[in-house]
Design a protein around this ligand. Structure first.
Ligand SMILES: Cc1ncc(COP(=O)(O)O)c(C=O)c1O
Length: 216
């Protein structure tokens, strides 16, 4: 069955088999120049598929979406602390925005990276289960007025239960206007971009971090 945790394709199975047989340590060029080069090439392909400028983008392969989320949200936390040191002592004022469709690995990652006590805002979804950008704007503006620290928006490109894709471009514009961090969980839907229709709904002109799982 082509269930999501692993590739149901012949090529994917062959790749998994080869990796298991060789069992190469691929974290260091000196130990394994071939494997590191292979990883970099595959990452560049992924960046090209998403539409990133390959000279300005970088990435890393991780064991799964949950581990990737912990990594990314820790980066987002450090970015916040580096630009606003007072936030370190105001954890309860920091705000994260997501929807009921957001994968639970996000709240788990917030817990692991020490951000579970921040304010969590559940943004309303429309009739197709997509984050409503007007509700997002209202929530951010209310929090700013109340002196809180809007920090992170988690959008989903392919929710696990419905496959819905949040309006990423609209959300990116809002995030840019308010100087927040946008994280797109594209574990399931990142590679919708392989199809013409997918490219239209995944149209992204400004996103810093996108997390996609090729096995899906
Ligand atoms: C949208 C989305 N995000 C995150 C995850 C978590 O992925 P993993 O099981 O690789 O940690 C999944 C898994 O189904 C998912 O569909």
């Amino acid at each position: 069955l082509g269930h999501i945790p692993s590739s149901g394709l012949y090529h994917g199975a062959m790749g998994d088999t080869l990796a298991s047989i060789c069992n190469k340590f691929s974290g260091d060029v000196a130990a394994s120049p071939g494997a590191v080069r292979l990883e970099n090439i595959v990452l560049r392909w992924c960046a090209q598929l998403i539409g990133y400028d390959t000279n300005k983008s970088a990435g890393v392969h991780l064991s799964g979406a949950s581990v990737a989320t912990i990594t990314v949200l820790t980066c987002a936390r450090e970015h916040l602390y580096s630009r606003m040191e007072e936030a370190i002592d105001r954890t309860r004022d920091i705000v994260v925005y997501y929807t009921e469709l957001t994968h639970h690995c996000v709240t788990k990652a917030l817990f692991i990276c020490g951000m579970s006590r921040i304010q969590h805002r559940m943004i309303a979804v429309d009739e197709r289960y997509r984050m409503r950008s007007d509700s997002l704007t209202t929530a951010i503006e209310e929090d700013s007025k109340a002196g809180r620290i809007p920090w992170l928006v988690v959008a989903t490109a392919g929710s696990t239960s419905t496959g819905s894709v949040d309006p990423i471009d609209d959300i990116a514009t809002i995030v840019q206007r308010h100087n927040l961090w946008l994280h797109v969980d594209a574990a399931y839907g990142g590679f919708f971009t392989l199809t013409d229709h997918g490219r239209t709904i995944m149209k992204v002109t400004y996103v810093i971090v996108i997390r996609a799982a090729p096995s899906r």
